[in-house]
Ligand binder design. Sequence first.
Ligand code: CDV
Length: 312
Amino acid sequence: MTRKLKIAAAQLGPIQRSDTRSDATRRLVELLREAHAVGARFVVFPELAFTTFFPRWWLDAQDEVDRLYFEEAMPSAETMPLFDEARRLSVGFSIGYAEKVVDANGEIRRFNTSILVSPDGRIAGKYRKIHLPGHAEYKPDAPFQHLEKKYFEVGDLGFRVWQYMNAAVGMLICNDRRWPEAFRVLALKGAELVTLGYNTPAENLHYAEPEPLRVHHHLIMAQAMAYQNATWLVETAKCGREDGFRMFGHSLIVAPTGEIVAKTLTEEDEVASFDCDLDMAANLKRTMFDFARHRRPEHYGLLVQPSANTSP
Ligand code: CDV
């Protein structure tokens, strides 16, 4: 019997600074219902899905940042309706949010986090973003900021894979998709399905780059990562004109063959879905990408050195 899982990428249009978490949760519930109506049993929501992409703003008062954007409990009173509806419909989901925790030493820690929630509403997995892009200092000449290095610390949970809904599932977040090592570690841990939420500005903050080229990078990375690691890959955007700045959409589902099997068309709330045959990933892992037989790690040592020597 084949292992089929119908999956939805539930893309969010913009969330403005004036929108509340409850506004966002209402939209997420609508998307969940839409996904369920087309038969999806697992829904992938974007990175930082309950608020505007606040790292674009420099804010001095950390208590205000915490109050407006960070979650101390997941679910909270405001985000609970999503968990309740998913449990009622028996749909699993992954979702990103800004997480504030107090660790065992009493230190406050802040992460860009994604969780995997089972159809019974239980949190089955947690990932904290490892590749944080952008900068920590204010850039006076930039049209907008990208302050992930100011607001978050590097994730401390590593890259993990969970047995979830009869599949081996790993999570990554946004900028992680540009780093092949992140996918490869998940693949080496047996991932058959990877989820990834993103907020990607249409404009490059660091140098001029045409938007079609940025989208091209997004698409070829997704196709290459899925194929080279023999995994299903679901990447979901929050997009559109948010606080006056555009982020691109192009949420997609990619098969382990590297083929895009579903994709969004708009930069608004939209669901794209596909009935994924998980055994397709398992088969590729026994043949072309049988890591145990074909990889040559004895020649890859440089990959795990802190800084590579780039001279010939
Ligand atoms: N949220 C992100 O991680 N965004 C980055 C941008 C800054 C390039 C991305 O890789 O899409």
